[in-house]
Design a protein around this ligand. Structure first.
Ligand SMILES: Cc1cc2nc3c(=O)[nH]c(=O)nc-3n(C[C@H](O)[C@H](O)[C@H](O)COP(=O)(O)OP(=O)(O)OC[C@H]3O[C@@H](n4cnc5c(N)ncnc54)[C@H](O)[C@@H]3O)c2cc1C
Length: 408
């Protein structure tokens, strides 16, 4: 592994205008990091990665590299790009447990973070290092959000999240697991108890529905619910998955690893929403694909789909008389998620848009003073690196807000 990483690092051309960096949504200093590593200073290379992206170890495993850094590497034009993700992973993984922060003087102000996904963890790590007393409120047992309860173990080992938790504890960050804000306690209670600013990073956990007959049947489930704990489900021998995004690929590959023998993914379009790599892996794992179909009804022994006609401009319409049953023991609906409204419905002054997503300005300020937000609960279902990039900006805005509050 190390030899491979060093060989890959040596292939980097150290371009004057690094396209890899431009293609990275968080602008990782890739050539500098690689050359510092090759000069023998892995700790400095690790520091560069962490300072730019506190979730570097995770992003190195699950970002869509073929569209981002590696997809922009000039070597990829004529051959294979530098395998940047492996280099980043090797360095970040080595560095993370060695990471020690110098002691900071506490500034006496408290910030509350709701949600421990990538957005919440990023804000917590940044603000704790600036002297704030941080508490994370997490409705589930473990930290990580989708990293813990969505992305399967074979793509992202959960031990990484345990390492993050230890790091947060080491930094004096308090974590309240099994605590859902908007239930027993709410945002107004937090302000009452002296939090100067509150961050909402609660993601999108309410599955979108198809609004067709059969969604309440006993063998029909939603992707995000299934992925939360696949071992408690009994799916049978065959599974139909409606939707073809990355969540659908995760469901398909997880189900095959939990004993389902035949998995079929159904998509309206032949342009699948999942990234090409995820589709390739799913195919290698044995997943079948059926495209240009739309579900019309789910029944106990499968799903009825109708074929779709494409007019050449991307408009799809059902073809009469083509409806047929695709049999399966279970069905999983994987057509993305929207936000839950537990916090919004119990907190005055928080505006949401027509999709229920929190309204913020570019600094993550919501419509209520002192409350900030970022990640999927603002932007809808996106990616980890986007949540981190946005949260870095929001952490700065929260810092500025609290300093001004302290000065007034
Ligand atoms: C199946 C799946 C696979 C994915 N794969 C990838 C991938 O490969 N690469 C990639 O970059 N992105 C991927 N994504 C997207 C990515 O995981 C998200 O964009 C990212 O996790 C968003 O981070 P977040 O912090 O905004 O929200 P989340 O990760 O959703 O975290 C929100 C947290 O808030 C908690 N919470 C919610 N409500 C409350 C409350 N009222 N009180 C307290 N806590 C609360 C939740 O329990 C959760 O822990 C995937 C998403 C899914 C669903």
């Amino acid at each position: 592994m190390a030899i491979h990483v060093i060989d890959e690092a040596k292939r980097c051309l150290n371009c004057k205008k690094p396209m890899c960096r431009e293609g990275c949504p968080i602008h990782t200093p890739i050539p500098d990091m690689i050359h510092t590593f090759l000069e023998g200073d892995i700790n400095e290379a690790g520091r560069m990665l962490f300072e730019n992206n506190p979730m570097s170890m995770i992003c190195s495993l699950i970002c869509n590299h073929e569209n981002q850094c590696e997809g922009h590497c000039v070597l990829g034009r004529k051959g294979s790009p530098v395998h940047i993700s492996s280099i980043e992973n090797y360095i970040s993984d080595y560095y993370f447990d060695r990471l020690k922060f110098p002691p900071v003087e506490k500034n006496g102000m408290k910030a509350g973070i709701i949600g421990s996904g990538p957005a919440g963890i990023t804000i917590a790590l940044i603000l704790a290092r600036r002297g704030y007393d941080i508490t994370i409120f997490e409705s589930r047992e473990r930290i990580g959000g989708v990293l813990q309860y969505g992305i399967p173990e074979f793509r992202l080992p959960k031990t990484i999240l345990a390492r993050y938790k230890r790091k947060l504890w080491e930094m004096g960050i308090k974590i309240r697991p099994n605590t859902s804000i908007g239930m027993t306690i709410g945002i107004d209670d937090m302000f009452r108890d002296g939090y100067s600013a509150i961050f909402i990073g609660t993601g999108v956990w309410k599955p979108n529905t198809l609004h067709i007959k059969g969604e309440t049947l006993g063998n029909v489930h939603f992707a995000i619910n299934y992925l939360t704990n696949p071992s408690v489900y009994r799916l049978g021998e065959s599974l139909n998955i409606i939707g073809a995004g990355n969540s659908a690929m995760d469901v398909a590959r997880t189900a095959l690893r939990h004993g389902v023998r035949q998995v079929t993914v159904f998509s309206r379009s032949d342009h699948l929403a999942a990234s090409p790599h995820e589709v390739e892996y799913a195919k290698i794992d044995g997943v079948e694909f059926v495209v240009h179909v739309e579900p019309t009804e789910i029944v106990d022994d499968g799903v009825y789909f109708v074929e779709l006609d494409c007019d050449g401009h991307g408009n799809l319409s059902p073809i009469r008389g083509t409806e047929k049953l695709y049999p399966a023991d279970s069905t999983i609906i994987a057509i993305s998620q929207g936000p839950q409204n537990r916090i919004v419905s119990t907190t005055s002054g928080l505006d949401v848009n027509e999709r229920g997503l929190l309204v913020t300005n570019t600094f993550g300020e919501t419509t209520r003073d002192g409350i900030f937000a970022s990640g999927d609960v603002v932007r809808g279902a996106k990616t980890v690196v986007e949540a981190v990039a946005y949260s870095k900006q929001v952490a700065d805005a929260m810092d500025k807000y609290m300093r001004e509050l302290g000065d007034s």
